[in-house]
Design a protein around this ligand. Structure first.
Ligand code: ZN
Length: 76
């Protein structure tokens, strides 16, 4: 198949992202990926109370990242 210039590049990028199946946090190839919202946790300090902020963006994370980093599973 010849490479044409009329194909939508955005389409190809999306297809690549799906077919790669790599964790979006550590970029490791993995089939066990779950859509999550990353959660930023601010530890409590002497002058500030702790807080946590959930990011709107959905990322695909592998098991390793899900066990190490705070997150919330995205609604399917
Ligand atoms: Zn990962």
């Amino acid at each position: 198949m010849a490479a044409g210039g009329s194909e939508d590049p955005t389409r190809e990028l999306l297809f690549d992202a799906v077919s790669e199946r790599a964790c979006e946090n550590c970029a490791r190839d993995d089939d066990d990926l779950v859509a999550v919202h990353r959660v930023y946790v601010v530890p409590e300090a002497w002058d500030t109370p702790g807080s946590r902020q959930t990011v709107d963006e959905v990322e695909l994370w592998c098991f390793s990242c899900r066990s190490q980093y705070p997150h919330e599973e995205a609604e399917a």
